[in-house]
Design a protein around this ligand. Structure first.
Ligand code: PEP
Ligand code: MG
Length: 747
């Protein structure tokens, strides 16, 4: 745009629209577009580079560079100026390209004659699809206005690419969202699943990126924004008495909905020829690109708020996406940026798998997914932009790998894996009713962890001998308000009924750290994992704990009852909690409620301090359960939710095992029953080692009982104990290699 004006810009978009409407083949259309842009910008060169695969860009059309280079010239992400634009999602604008850092000369294109270079990322909703470049012989710097104009054009090209406008014979381009893609994430729940994509937040498709009546588009935008504002105000009104965090998000929504800058940018986009929805999407896209660059958590959250708001606005403008009652595809695999535990429970067991773009291993949603035994992969970048509703997808929860639109070889290998797992399941089912007795005659009690009603059927199906850990907080987490005592009584009674006399250990409310109740005043703590959590909250604000204890006693209704307190760090805390139990018992007795036939009151050993408690503690406590997840994080000072350090220290580290052995010895000396209920209890090799050093009750996810039992049945615990002792004697860091070696020789 030599004479850059809005009219000029609209004229160009008008011509692009004609190109889009024509029945030309994809390649011809793309050629025509580069010609139109070069002509309008007054440059000798205009080229479009699109991604061939995740790492490679390909010159797909050009006006001005050597035509033979089309579909031949390729560069890697980050390579040369074009690669730089794609990698950093940032404009490069220079009058003297050859002297720019990172410039790479592509002789086949004949570009050596051109001095100035302007490269713009072609992106849609934060996903970079390619790069649009103009070059000219004279050493000119493109004005801010020209850059802006070209950004608008790049946006239109992105929409056209999304709509498949450049696909077809001669274009040598695979259509977007049809190629098979492998994405890597983090594993949060093991298992393999095959099915079809179900987007939690459906994608809005803009079919009319260009509009020729800016006044009308402006009106449409204003009306939609007004509707949005009214909606946000209504939500704010309704949540006035609600949770502070939710209010903050809504306030941020309101701020954006009233933001003049946001409105002004969209109006400017419209005056350049974009439709209202394309303008919203352009701003959303840029916010997403920024989101991927900023590291500040607060800023990222605000950008995410803007993203949500843009989605709402797009839905209003296009009338798409509100289809909440729409049918799930067969074997649905849920794809979302993030999801709360309540929403996940609404989908329930109908889901075959879950893939989250964000999410975390210790999140509530992960806990729910684990309880439902649905394979879950978290931290899967790009999944929400790559996947389309109905796409064929395979989720490998063991490796944290997602195959989207897999090709035949992947499908075959994956199905083989699923078949092998199914075979293993059959094997586990055949030993379900057997006790876990090792070759040298030692019996290990295998019990399960639970927390949701959905877990209860597993009590029979898995062969668990009871519930070693019932996480009562899950019932509190999935609600919008504090449950009433009567609801808790009914719930705990159902759990005990389902157990048919098997022992169930109820853990009192373990909140704080990452488990935040939506309806409780949030506390701002510098380090929540070391903060006001679990029994600390229970003792400081005993109201809820008392209600829970009452509910448990009433639910037991004369049956045996086992209760344990989480996160006990010193004897006195246990004593104080035990005193609450006694007081509650007395109150219930006076009220005429039947008391439990037997009552065991235990503690979780989750901080190293408790292992060194006085002998008297071990004598007084009814039983101990090692909460390995927390204990390990405090033993190694490595946050269990921090992906960077989470796996750094092996549970089979000699120091950690020695520490656990010490706990076993102390419990043996006082005949205190001991169990282990962290995630490691469900990992066969870890479980074997824990059993070998003397832990005789392991509590795990129901799905782990089969694999753990299967290994215990064919192992000699005394031999494994010796292997551990020898590895320690040799000064090895972890006993894992020695134990693995022993097992290999056994089989
Ligand atoms: C543990 O810390 O090992 C445990 C079982 O408790 P949670 O995972 O619920 O903190
Ligand atoms: Mg814990």
């Amino acid at each position: 745009m030599v004479e850059s004006t809005e009219t000029e810009s609209r004229k160009l978009l008008g011509r692009l629209r004609e190109a889009l409407a024509s029945d030309e083949a994809g390649q011809e259309r793309l050629d025509r577009i580069t010609h139109l842009i070069a002509d309008s910008m007054g440059t000798e060169v205009c080229s479009v580079y699109l991604f061939r695969d995740e790492e490679t860009l390909e010159l797909c059309a050009t006006e001005g560079l050597a035509p033979e280079a089309v579909h031949q010239t390729r560069m890697r992400l980050g390579e040369g100026l074009v690669g730089r634009v794609a990698k950093y999602k940032k404009v490069v604008n220079t009058p003297d390209a050859p002297s720019e850092k990172g410039f790479r000369y592509m002789p086949e294109t004949g570009e050596e004659r051109y001095s100035s270079f302007l490269g713009i990322p072609i992106q849609r909703l934060g996903e970079t699809l390619g790069v649009l470049v103009v070059q000219s012989r004279d050493a000119r710097s493109f004005s801010a206005d020209e850059v802006y104009g070209l950004e608008v054009v790049a946006m239109v090209i992105a929409e056209m690419t999304e709509l498949g406008a450049f696909v077809g014979e001669g274009a040598a381009l695979s259509p977007l969202h049809q190629q098979s893609v492998l994405l890597r994430g983090g594993t949060a729940q093991e298992g393999a699943a095959e099915g079809h994509v179900w987007l939690h937040e459906p994608r809005v498709v803009v079919t009319n990126p260009i509009a020729d009546d800016p006044h009308r588009e402006m009106e449409r935008l204003k009306e939609a924004v007004e509707e949005l504002r009214v909606g946000v105000d209504k939500m704010l009104e309704m949540s006035q008495n609600g949770d502070k965090e939710q209010l903050q998000v809504l306030e941020a929504y309101r701020m954006f909905a009233n933001s003049k800058g946001w409105m002004r940018r969209m109006e400017e986009d419209i005056s350049r020829g974009l439709s209202a929805e394309a303008a919203v999407e352009k701003e959303q896209s840029q916010a997403r690109a920024r989101m991927s660059q900023v590291s500040d958590a607060y800023l990222r959250e605000r950008l995410a708020d803007l993203d949500d708001l843009s989605n709402r606005l797009l839905r209003i403008l296009t009338g798409q996406g509100g289809a909440s009652g729409a049918d799930l595809p067969p074997d649905p695999i849920l794809i979302a940026r993030n999801i709360g535990p309540g929403e996940l429970l609404e989908y329930g067991r109908s889901l075959k798998g879950i893939v989250l773009e964000e999410g975390s291993v210790g999140s509530h949603a992960a806990i729910v997914a684990r309880a439902l035994a649905i394979p879950l992969v978290v931290h899967t970048e790009r999944i929400t932009t790559e996947a389309l509703n109905g796409d064929h997808i395979m989720v490998d929860g063991d490796q944290g790998i997602v195959h989207l639109r897999p090709d035949d070889t992947v499908v075959k290998a994956f199905r083989d894996k699923i078949a092998m797992q199914a075979k293993a399941q059959e094997r586990y089912a055949s030993i379900r009713d057997k006790s876990a007795v090792s070759l040298d005659g030692k019996r290990v009690n295998l019990v399960m962890n639970a927390g949701l009603m959905a877990d209860l059927p597993s009590l029979d199906g898995s062969g668990a001998e009871g519930v070693g850990l019932f996480r009562t907080e899950l019932q509190f987490l999935v609600r919008n308000q504090m449950p009433r005592r009567s609801e808790l009584v009914a719930l705990y009674a159902r759990v005990l009924d389902a157990a048919h006399g098997k022992r169930v250990v109820f853990r009192t409310l373990d909140i704080g750290s990452d488990k935040v109740l939506p309806y409780m005043k949030p506390t701002d703590e510098p380090n929540p994992a070391l903060g006001w959590r679990a029994i600390r909250v229970g003792l400081d604000k005993p109201g809820v704990m008392r209600m829970q204890l009452q509910a448990l006693i009433r639910a037991a209704n004369g049956r045996p009852l086992s209760v344990m307190f989480p996160f006990v760090a010193q004897f006195e805390e246990f004593r104080a909690a035990r005193a609450e139990v006694d007081k509650t018992l007395e109150r219930e007795r006076k009220l005429g409620h039947p008391l439990p036939e037997t009552l065991e009151v235990g503690a979780m050993l989750e901080t190293p301090s408790l292992a060194f408690a006085p002998q008297k503690f071990f004598e007084e406590v009814g039983f101990l359960s090692i909460g390995g997840n927390d204990l390990k994080q405090f033993f190694f000072a490595a946050d269990r939710e921090n992906e960077r350090v989470r796996r750094r220290y092996d549970t089979l580290n000699v120091s950690f095992l020695s520490f656990i052995e010490r706990i076993v010895e102390r419990c043996n000396a006082t005949c205190t029953p001991l169990s282990f209920c962290g995630e490691d209890a469900g990992r066969p090799i870890e479980a074997l080692c824990l059993a070998a050093i003397g832990i005789r009750t392991l509590s795990m996810r129901p799905a782990s009982i089969g694999p753990v039992k299967s290994l215990l049945l064919k192992s000699n615990l005394e031999d494994v104990r010796k292997v551990i002792a020898d590895a320690r004697h040799r000064g090895e860091q972890s006993v894992r290699p020695a134990v693995m070696n022993y097992l290999r020789n056994q089989s």
